[in-house]
Ligand binder design. Structure first.
Ligand code: NAP
Length: 278
């Protein structure tokens, strides 16, 4: 089987490493000539080019670019695909992508590997990035069964924990554990910066340690990722933010009333529940 990867960045490059290690022929496409050279030199792909037509012989193509350009790339790629080729993507939002790509290519199946980092580009790519992590496939009623079967087998070979759900359900679930945390972590940093006394800000910056590192990590990460989440998963993100505001109001109310037993009960509950998310 031949696999095509469009976008030789962190996710595309990491997928390329793993598929190549599994014995598949991997062809890459990147706009940057240097990324093509580097991807071949690093051993991520068998060959790479800036030309989407180079993917004509592949059986499965993974589009691994920012969500905002997936539809434009698919439109340019489709004329080069064989009729049996399977098209998939790795975008962190599924509803909008699946809605646009399904009518373009009947053998499209949306996907989302839940692994990554704040780093970008082919040099950030690593093998085994996805092993033991969730990989969500989002078929619709129209997705051909053999497409689901092939993609399930490929995801399984990566050692991922496979989940299948509708694009809508995917977007609601990731709003809670990925998109809401990005915004609340950013809000934490902006709240700290709102301190009026510059001396206090300076001291807080010097005192910050592991707790702040954990809670501010995603808020201090790639801005484009956060903008993509808000733009393409707007409704679900707003829904989760509104609920989060209620949770903050509840905490504020408890502390204003010095209701320490309620605070302890709430924190005991969060301590018990957190491991279920990780
Ligand atoms: P990345 O390292 O920046 O890679 C993105 C790739 O897309 C680059 O290789 C770039 O290739 C290409 N690209 C960027 N803009 C483009 C454009 N306008 N037209 C064509 N190609 C373009 O980012 P990434 O983290 O791999 O993210 C890729 C996808 O994975 C995104 O859809 C993201 O939602 C999803 N994802 C990310 C994570 C994560 O934690 N990072 C996790 C799961 C899923 P060239 O500039 O070389 O052409």
């Amino acid at each position: 089987m031949k696999i095509g990867i469009v976008g030789l960045g962190l996710i595309g490059g990491s997928l390329a490493y793993d598929f190549r290690a599994l014995g598949y022929t991997v062809l890459g496409v990147s706009r940057q000539p240097q990324a093509c050279v580097d991807a071949v030199k690093l051993g991520a792909v068998d060959a790479a080019s800036a030309d989407l037509a180079s993917l004509a012989p592949v059986d499965v193509v993974f589009i691994c670019t920012p969500v905002s350009v997936i539809d434009a790339i698919a439109t340019r790629l489709i004329p080069h695909l064989s009729s049996q080729a399977i098209l998939t993507d790795v975008g962190s939002v599924k509803g909008s992508v699946v809605k646009v790509l399904t009518p373009l290519w009947p053998r499209f199946l949306g996907g989302h590997p839940m692994a990554g980092s704040e780093e970008t580009g082919i040099h950030a790519a690593q093998s085994q990035l996805f092993a033991s992590n969730p990989y969500i496939l989002t078929p619709t009623a129209e997705t051909p069964p053999d497409v689901i079967e092939t993609m399930t087998a490929l995801v399984d070979k990566l050692g991922c924990n496979l989940y299948r759900c509708s694009p809508t359900v995917h977007d609601r679930a990731v709003a809670w554990i990925s998109h809401l945390p990005k915004m609340t972590s950013a809000a934490l940093i902006t709240a700290c910066l709102s301190e009026a006394d510059p001396e206090i800000v300076k001291l807080a910056q010097s005192f910050a340690s592991s707790g702040f590192r954990d809670t501010s990590r995603v808020g201090g990460g790639n801005p484009e990722l956060g903008c993509m989440m808000a733009q393409y998963n707007r409704e679900e993100l707003l829904r989760s933010l509104q609920q989060y505001r209620q949770s903050l109001d509840q905490l504020t109310d408890i502390i204003e009333r010095s209701d320490w037993s309620s605070l302890k009960a709430l924190l005991q509950q969060t301590q018990t529940e957190r491991p279920k998310f990780l």
